[in-house]
Design a protein around this ligand. Structure first.
Ligand code: ZN
Length: 52
């Protein structure tokens, strides 16, 4: 089953899960690049709160 995933850092849509992922609060967040991943790790709440 394919799922559309949003990179919450750069706000782009990913067609497939990538290896750039972070697990937080029981959710898995995927990122288009290691750069987005490290930005998220530095300040996850900032990006999570941007959702919606
Ligand atoms: Zn990104």
């Amino acid at each position: 089953m394919k799922k559309v995933i949003k990179d919450v850092v750069c706000r782009s849509w990913l067609k497939n899960p990538t290896k750039n992922l972070v697990e937080k609060d029981g959710k898995t967040f995927y990122f288009c690049s290691p750069r987005c991943k490290s930005k998220f790790e530095k300040d996850p709440d900032k990006y999570i709160n941007l959702k919606g």
